[in-house]
Design a protein around this ligand. Structure first.
Ligand SMILES: [Zn+2]
Length: 115
């Protein structure tokens, strides 16, 4: 089973959405193209932002946006549901899953600048 790891970056300051310039809900750093067609692991990471405005109509993002409206922020005790929705969100992205097996996703929560 291949694994990919998604880092969710939580800070006291909200990330800024690169599309509309407003405060975004979430910044996640995720691998892209992690296994290429030859089965080689491709090392690449990209930052993606969840924006309540820009992503409101994205079907994979909507449940996660709703979660943020309910819970506000990610804490250890509510992270399980969050992680499930996060995985749905990331799987709906246009990250090319060239490996057709369903990947097991690992999510790492960390606070930048406060480790
Ligand atoms: Zn936006």
């Amino acid at each position: 089973m291949s694994k990919r790891q998604i880092d969710v970056i939580t800070t006291d300051e909200s990330p800024i959405c690169p599309r509309c310039g407003k405060e975004a809900l979430l910044l996640a750093r995720m691998p892209h193209g992690w296994v290429n067609a030859s089965g080689e692991l491709v090392d690449g990471r990209s930052d993606v932002v969840l924006c309540a405005d820009c992503d409101a109509d994205a079907p994979h993002a909507a449940p996660l946006i709703t979660w943020f409206h309910v819970h506000g922020r990610v804490e250890r005790d509510n992270s399980e549901e969050f992680v499930n929705l996060l995985v749905v969100w990331t799987e709906g992205m246009s990250v090319p899953p060239l490996d057709e097996r369903r990947l097991e996703t690992e999510v790492e929560l960390w606070r930048s600048g406060n480790l």
